[in-house]
Design a protein around this ligand. Structure first.
Ligand SMILES: NC(=O)c1ccc[n+]([C@@H]2O[C@H](COP(=O)([O-])OP(=O)(O)OC[C@H]3O[C@@H](n4cnc5c(N)ncnc54)[C@H](O)[C@@H]3O)[C@@H](O)[C@H]2O)c1
Length: 267
């Protein structure tokens, strides 16, 4: 049980949560197709997995390029004989593209790009993984949502739009793919210690105060670790999660559970 023997495709797995999930899944016996736009980081993840005795291959893929997405699914199926799990992890925040993040200043193209990568591309990846997932006895799609799928944050309008969209895309595809026995779920992390969060914090008017505030709403007042999200992805992919479908699991240290800050409860 667990993810032993499952064949994963993980987009954007050269760094952050995707890389941590790839390494964790491989350490648990999964076969992992690592893919990214950045071939250096993606190949390094594969090297690390193989050095630890795991099974992984690498395929370049910009998820906004339909031809590259088709090639990714074909490469994974050829390497492993099929695909069981599509982890739509690749994502971007507007602060990774521009420091102009207010409604007045943000270039319209930056807004479109965030939505394209975070909400349109997972749909395209799901479309081309589908024939392979249909052939699996444990097919599932796992999408990266966010606490920003549920509530607003400062200077987060493009990201929030895209993550709200992927939350509902998950539920709609869960309905459409249920007849094929394919589960579709997503998960909502709060701030996880990756480059994306570092950039987001850096553009705030007072970065130090913002970082403190970010953590202060969490009942576990620290940043999450990428591998903690990886554990959730592995569980959602596993046969043990066979009754979980169309769900959006919050993984946020409790920050969405209430409306206070930890100083109010003596932390
Ligand atoms: N870090 C967090 O706090 C956090 C919180 C909630 C949700 N998420 C989501 O988790 C996912 C991973 O985030 P992360 O923090 O690990 O980010 P990250 O920036 O560390 O990694 C993102 C990866 O995606 C790749 N990527 C970007 N655009 C791509 C494209 N067009 N095609 C293919 N790959 C592309 C990058 O090269 C990078 O390797 C994202 O979808 C993000 O929105 C992250």
């Amino acid at each position: 049980m667990g993810v032993e023997g499952l064949r994963f495709v993980i987009t954007g797995s050269g760094s952050g949560i995707g890389a941590a999930t790839a390494k964790l899944a491989a350490s648990k016996g999964a076969k992992v197709m690592v893919s990214d736009m950045n071939d250096d980081t993606g190949s390094a993840v594969v090297k690390e997995i193989r050095a630890a005795g795991g099974t992984a291959e690498y395929q370049h893929c910009d998820v906004t390029d339909v031809g590259q997405v088709q090639a990714l699914m074909a490469a994974a199926a050829a390497a492993f004989g099929g695909i069981d799990v599509l982890h739509n992890n690749a994502g971007i925040h507007e602060t990774g593209i521009t420091d102009k993040v207010s409604l007045e200043d943000m270039p319209i193209e930056a807004f479109r790009k965030v939505v394209e990568i975070n909400a349109v591309a997972p749909w395209v990846c799901s479309k081309y993984a589908l024939p392979h997932l249909k052939a699996s006895t444990n097919g599932s799609i796992i999408n990266a949502a966010s606490t920003g799928s549920w509530v607003g944050y400062p200077y987060n309008s493009a990201y929030g739009t895209s993550k709200g969209g992927i939350h509902l895309q998950t539920k709609n595809l869960a309905v459409d793919l249920a007849p094929f026995g394919i589960r579709v779920n997503c998960y909502s992390p709060t701030a996880i210690a990756t480059e994306m969060v570092t950039n987001f914090v850096a553009v705030q008017p007072d970065p130090a105060a913002f970082e403190k505030a970010l953590i202060s709403t969490s009942l576990i007042p620290r940043l999450g670790q990428p591998v903690e999200v990886g554990e959730l992805v592995c569980f959602l992919a596993s046969p043990e999660a066979a009754f979980i479908n169309g769900a959006c699991i919050v993984i946020d240290g409790g920050s969405l559970a209430w409306r206070g800050t930890v100083d109010q409860i003596g932390m």
